[in-house]
Design a protein around this ligand. Sequence first.
Ligand code: 5RP
Length: 217
Amino acid sequence: MDQNQLKRLAGEAALTHVRDGMVLGVGTGSTVNCFIDALAESGLQLEAAVSSSEATTERLKSIGVTVSDLNNAGTLELYVDGADEVDAHKRMIKGGGGALTREKIIAAASRRFICIVDHTKVVDVLGRFPLPVEVIPMARSYVARQLVSLGGQPELREGFETDNGNLILDVHNLSITDPVALEQEINALAGVVTVGLFARRGADLVIEAQGSGVRDW
Ligand code: 5RP
């Protein structure tokens, strides 16, 4: 099975947690796109969805799902999203698609977070995938210097602006031995909007697609 088929498998498996009439939080990325495609084919009728990006909003609307503002939705029962990396403690690196801030807000506002991945995303130690950090444009250089002092090599994501009008620094070669502490440390830097470490609030369930099928853990 190729990676796209595995993403499709993970997306389909998440549907078993979705109920008619739900207001569902929906993440961003190619795995989530597979989930949205599977949702369209399932016949499930959501009351509405809360979306983590303009791209996801467009895709949800194209299949007839009403997209609500989180401010009007209250606490969400369920959030479904992908990840760039996930470890055995269900802590993640996210933001490869640049939607990390809205993703982290929806994750925080949801009772359950189901992470859908193919097996290539599961790691022993987070950090092989460059860690995305969303920054206010005027803070770019300052934050980059601070990230260097933490041992990383930040690289500006060229030609990219987030849905919030900010920039992304992708930080290479960080040794993430304590994800919770690093999340707090980077979040505390002036000018950082969000770091793509999802450690303090990780996933509640991981749906991992492998060649042999799907494993929930
Ligand atoms: C977007 C994300 C995505 O969940 C992450 O990048 C995984 O994407 P994909 O499913 O395309 O591999 O965090 O900001």
